[in-house]
Design a protein around this ligand. Structure first.
Ligand code: PHE
Length: 339
């Protein structure tokens, strides 16, 4: 709290003293940027005890809002200054209070999206693009899900025509990128984007977001998958986070796993968010199925790989305690202004 109060004092006086837009931008970066002083404090809130956290969180968020507004107001002032000098001052009462446009902020989902990409970039993964409208071949067939496969039912989807579908998962990017790169090694990429399924309730939206990861090289094993996911979880949820893998099934990975992290809210003790289990499921993963490697143009006798697919909306919900996923998509300032 003391650090916050001091930071607030310092920031306020510096913003007031900033002489030009460049200085303001620099201040914004220093305090509110990705590695800004206040941002770092906000990120470290998780290290506080559950009793201290709410008050400290409220205070930090309040300061963040205040600084954002102050900087916005100061920028506005700077823009207004040169004009008011040249314009006829008898028609313009410059002493009237102005109207401040709200400076706006990044959507919670976009913040999480960028943070996740940054973490994987930092681990040497490339960020690649994909298609939201896919062919049946890339969305299903090449991923080892033939037309009559029961796994298609779970993704009952939006077809544009018999062979064109709004992608139900980001996994088709695996095939597209392998084909583009083969026979080069390693294939090491992440891709985030929208996916579509015919689901609609409080925990499902017909449009949601996933991050796909793929690493193909010689001698890749499950240990590499677990290591990468553990590193991701620690950077995203905090240094003490643990990861556990449960056996699961996906047609395009073998073996397959469901991956849980220790609940970031209760640190594994059990709470409402993790339904008392201490664990929260964040993604599906596994070793790339030989058929999938073949469809991508790689020889499963020579190379192996792992892949994972993570729900981004879920991470944003956990991070900002948003219980209804659909709230993310209605653009209501009462929600967006809080997080
Ligand atoms: N595509 C899977 C899904 O949407 C997730 C996944 C991706 C699983 C990659 C394993 C490997 O459920």
């Amino acid at each position: 709290m003391k650090r916050l109060a001091e930071l607030g004092r310092k920031a306020r006086s510096e913003v007031a003293a900033a002489g030009d837009p460049d200085a303001l931008r620099e201040l914004e970066l220093r305090y509110l940027g990705r590695r800004g002083e206040l941002t770092l404090i906000l990120r470290s809130l998780g290290d506080l005890s559950p009793e201290e956290r709410p008050a400290a969180g409220q205070q930090s968020n309040q300061l963040r809002r205040e600084l954002t507004e102050l900087i916005g107001a100061r920028a506005q002032e700077m823009r207004a200054l040169p004009e008011s000098k040249s314009e006829a001052t008898d028609r313009l009462d410059v002493t009237l209070p102005g109207t401040l446009p709200s400076p706006g902020r990044a959507h919670p989902l976009m913040r999480v999206w960028q943070e996740v990409e940054d973490i994987f970039l930092g681990m040497g993964f490339d960020v690649v693009e994909g298609n939201e409208i896919e062919t049946d071949y890339f969305n299903f067939e090449a991923l080892n899900v033939p037309r009559d496969h029961p796994a298609r039912d779970m993704q009952d989807s939006f077809y544009v025509s018999r062979d064109i579908v709004l992608r139900t998962q980001t996994s088709p990017v695996q095939i597209r990128m392998m084909r583009q790169m083969a026979p080069k090694l390693p294939v090491r990429l992440v891709h985030a984007g929208r996916v579509f399924r015919r689901d609609d309730d409080i925990t499902h939206s017909p449009m949601f977001h996933q991050v796909e990861g793929l690493l193909v090289d010689r001698g890749i094993g499950l240990q590499h998958l677990k290591g990468v996911l553990l590193e991701f979880a620690r950077r995203f949820y905090g240094a003490e986070t643990q990861v556990r893998m449960r056996p699961s099934y996906f047609p395009f990975t073998e073996p397959s796993a469901e991956v849980d992290v220790t609940c970031a809210w209760c640190r594994g003790k059990g709470c409402r968010v993790c339904k008392g289990t201490g664990w929260v499921e964040i993604l599906g993963a596994g070793m790339v199925h030989p058929n999938v490697l073949r469809h991508g143009g790689y020889d499963p006798e020579q190379v192996t790989g792992f892949a994972f697919g993570m729900g981004l909306d879920r991470q944003a919900q956990l991070r900002f305690e948003i219980d209804n996923v659909r709230l993310l998509f209605v653009n209501d300032w009462r929600l967006l202004g809080q997080v």
